[in-house]
Design a protein around this ligand. Structure first.
Ligand SMILES: C[S@@+](CC[C@H](N)C(=O)[O-])C[C@H]1O[C@@H](n2cnc3c(N)ncnc32)[C@H](O)[C@@H]1O
Length: 227
């Protein structure tokens, strides 16, 4: 079995990095992600699982909308941070679980939806496929999978020039954004894959893609229905 902690990104295991995480990544608006679920029939009685939940930016917003939210993350400092935030905002319908994509054991009613943002790329492709298969197994047929991730919408020959342009647009202050060094480290050490590979993984693991949107060649948002 893959050691998911060893692949979690060492920064996510560092309490100081976690304490500053929201400042670095900003506060992406989760309303499109919640709308992607409700548009496809996920209602206020739903069980929603957020995998690689981080500081809980999606999970806590989802808790205001859905009956049961399970926020799962492999990193202890993220889990502690999220538990404290959930207590602070009295999100009593959020369960925080320390587990990885490959280790999470879902209990209770099958999930009506699974959300994961900027986390699946931590797994190498073989394990990503197994993780997607496990996700499908936690969901009811017709359930919604919403995935946002760094995914490369490129042909192989375009990669070098595209990465050069990406690095050129990066921020310069690592406390308040992602820098060229952060992006270069991502490309070198993490497992973002090509769009055309990722879409075939989704199909192979039992998902129909109903909507896909790319912001530039690096960031994809998928809405999928479990067959
Ligand atoms: C870049 S953060 C994104 C957090 C959150 N989804 C967000 O968008 O704000 C990636 C998160 O994935 C978690 N992670 C990394 N590998 C994981 C794994 N195998 N299973 C579950 N979570 C994982 C990290 O601990 C971290 O919290």
């Amino acid at each position: 079995m893959l050691d998911e902690l060893a692949h979690a990104g060492p920064e996510h295991l560092d309490p100081e990095f976690v304490a500053n995480f929201d400042r670095k990544q900003g506060h992406p608006d989760p309303s499109d992600d919640i709308a992607a679920l409700t548009t496809h029939g996920v209602d206020d009685t739903a069980t929603v699982v957020d995998l690689g939940a981080g500081t809980g930016q999606f999970a806590l917003a989802a808790a205001a909308r859905f009956a049961r939210v399970v926020a799962v993350d492999v990193a202890a400092p993220m889990v502690e941070h999220l538990r404290a935030r959930a207590r602070e905002v009295r999100a009593t319908n959020v369960e925080v679980v320390q587990a990885g994509f490959l280790g999470y054991e879902h209990t209770g009613a099958p999930a009506d939806a699974v959300h994961t943002r900027h986390a699946l790329h931590q797994l190498p492709d073989f394990w990503k496929v197994l993780a997607l298969r496990r996700i499908a197994a936690t969901m009811r047929p017709g359930g919604v999978l919403r995935v946002r991730d760094l995914i490369y919408d490129l042909r192989p020959d375009e990669a070098a020039a595209a990465f050069d342009s990406w690095l050129a647009t990066a921020g310069t202050d690592p406390a308040t954004g992602y820098t060229a060094d952060d992006y270069a480290e991502h490309i070198r050490t993490e497992h973002s894959t090509f769009r055309w590979l990722f879409e075939s993984m989704l199909d192979e693991t039992g998902f129909d893609i109903v909507d896909v949107e790319f912001t530039g060649p690096f960031f994809g948002a998928y809405t999928c229905l479990r067959r």
